[in-house]
Design a protein. Structure first.
Ligand SMILES: O=C(O)[C@H](O)[C@@H](O)[C@H](O)[C@H](O)COP(=O)(O)O
Length: 301
């Protein structure tokens, strides 16, 4: 099949290569000339304008958008529409908010365009391991792209599927990432407690390796954790600073809207926020109040 791919970063570039290896024609666009060159060197078609991307694909086209969530997705669709034809399919494979996705779908459908959302998991490993894909949108449109999903997935019949109507792919990916936050937090806390138990002299690298096989808490995340500890057991040179890209906080908003208590995911998000505050105002407030009512000592900076 032919696929247009917009955004040849860590995810898009690797996806293009996995598709090429499976025999598909990929026409890829990126603002980075280097990324376009890399694609051409690998044997796909790299182009430097969206016009060329559209021209190099036969209608009805399928164009996969792999750009940062938010305005870049709307801007890309707005640029593509005048160049594309009725029946063309746009796929948003990024981490968009599902409410934006539903809005985009409802705008595009009456204009004659198809729109799928595909929550795509797998990170930089997807090129070899395959990607897990949670797809939202019309069933017949998903079927038209079956060869693409089969090639990107870990196996043709595994790791992908239509999960519901438009928006549901991104909704499920949002929850997936919320779970990711909770799992990461739990591993990190467990390893921290073991590290603090100095009298036992535990080797965290060894333990992570033991847990990888047969243990109830084995997982791919733990495999990666074990690799990281092997490379850098003390995590030297790293700042205790954890960013987030939005999916975790959207999961928490959703839990609140639905009256579902989700304390682990919520706390995992809060811990990330806390990791970015050094000597924060909240804790200084606590110290000063304690000092005011009880005359308790404060630690001066
Ligand atoms: O499934 C995946 O491949 C990951 O979940 C990925 O989609 C995620 O976006 C980033 O790893 C960073 O997410 P945060 O910045 O929110 O941690």
């Amino acid at each position: 099949m032919e696929l247009g791919l917009i955004g040849l970063g860590k995810m898009g570039g690797n996806m293009a290569e996995r598709l090429r290896r499976a025999g598909h024609k990929v026409v890829g666009f990126d603002f980075s000339a280097e990324a376009v060159q890399r694609l051409n060197d690998a044997g796909s078609v790299g182009v430097t304008t969206l016009e060329d991307l559209v021209k190099n694909l036969q209608a009805p086209r399928a164009i996969w958008i792999m750009v940062p969530a938010g305005d870049p997705v709307d801007e890309t669709i707005a640029k593509l529409k005048p160049m594309c034809s009725q029946g063309d399919i746009f796929i948003d494979g990024g981490n968009s908010n599902y409410k934006d996705t539903q809005r985009r779908h409802d705008e595009l459908k009456p204009q004659g365009f198809e729109f799928l959302d595909c929550g795509t998991s797998g990170g930089i490993w997807g090129i070899t391991e395959g990607y897990s894909m949670m797809i939202g949108g019309d069933d017949d449109v998903v079927e038209r792209l079956r060869p693409i999903f089969e090639a990107l997935a870990p196996a043709p019949d595994k790791g992908w599927g239509r999960v519901g109507p438009s928006g549901s792919g991104h909704f499920v990916k949002m929850i997936h990432n919320g779970i990711e936050y909770g799992m990461m937090q739990s591993y990190a806390e467990g390893f921290s407690i073991m590290k603090a138990k100095k009298v036992l002299g535990l080797d965290l690298t060894q333990i992570s390796e033991i847990w990888r096989y047969g243990s109830v808490v084995r997982s791919w995340l733990l495999d990666l954790t074990a690799d990281a500890l092997k490379k850098n057991p003390e995590l030297d040179g790293l700042e205790a600073y954890v960013p987030d890209s939005g999916e975790g906080r959207w999961t928490v908003y959703e839990a609140i809207d639905l009256n579902v208590s989700a304390p682990v995911i919520t706390e995992s998000l809060i811990r990330r926020l806390r990791s970015r505050e050094e000597n924060n105002f909240t804790d200084r407030m606590l110290a000063v109040m304690r000092n005011e009512f009880g005359g308790h000592a404060v630690k001066k900076a």
